[in-house]
Design a protein around this ligand. Sequence first.
Ligand SMILES: C[S@@+](CC[C@H](N)C(=O)[O-])C[C@H]1O[C@@H](n2cnc3c(N)ncnc32)[C@H](O)[C@@H]1O
Length: 278
Amino acid sequence: MTPDGAIATASVRLAAAGVEGPRAESRRLLAHVLGGGRERTLSRGAALTPEQQTQFEALLARRAAREPLAYITGRREFWSLDFAVGPGVLIPRPDSETLVEQALGLNADKAAPLRIADLGTGSGALLIAALSEFPHATGIGFESSPGAFAWAKANAAALMPERVEIRLADWAEAPDAAFDLVLCNPPYIPSADIPTLQPEVRVFEPIAALDGGPDGLAAYRALGQLLPRILKPGGHALVELGLGQDAAIAAMFPGLEILRIAPDLSGVARALVLKKAK
Ligand SMILES: C[S@@+](CC[C@H](N)C(=O)[O-])C[C@H]1O[C@@H](n2cnc3c(N)ncnc32)[C@H](O)[C@@H]1O
């Protein structure tokens, strides 16, 4: 079968399974089978070998069962960095790049030796992306889930071994007055909404990365107590918000000044920007 024929057949199958963007997903899966970076030249490629066809069909079956593409390929790009991901860790989302953009806006001196913490680091995406912009900064990612911790360790070792420490620890164990910048994308989905999520998320991604308790705000209440303790005087915290959570959350950080709530590229209020007084 030609690559075009394989993509056409796969697209019909993925569409029938309810996958969004079935043609683009089919192309990415086939590009993965044929070897990274070949997506653009697929239509000019030779017919698939029987081995390639068998491998493509196996991956297609996984995607049709709604396993996320990033778990199948084992990779996800975030802030133009290539992260390893798989079962046990949240796939980093483009919306979270809003926190990295805000970190850049807050710290004009790129050479500053910032100490950065990432609370609930998951794949390590936020911490490693932020450190990639500040070459003299160092940081700690706190992660309480052993599965996610292993992915973060692997990404830190591959992408930034000398400036990242990943700790298997509750974020409450972060030290006092230690950080210039704290990043956090907490679990924020109300428990009752989890069964309504896409299967890619609710079946495959770890519940510890999603479930924000009955009202989705449990982690923010904890952060409201924790952040003033672990920030240095004059330090900043950037906390990701879920859709429509901005009004409720603003009152939960009495010990810090709210500088702004920054929107993501879709205009959703996404990043709470906080400052501790000097
Ligand atoms: C929404 S995910 C964010 C992952 C990653 N920072 C990102 O943006 O892609 C939240 C992460 O926080 C971790 N987590 C939740 N509560 C935690 C706690 N009390 N201490 C440390 N990690 C926690 C979860 O295991 C999960 O990996």
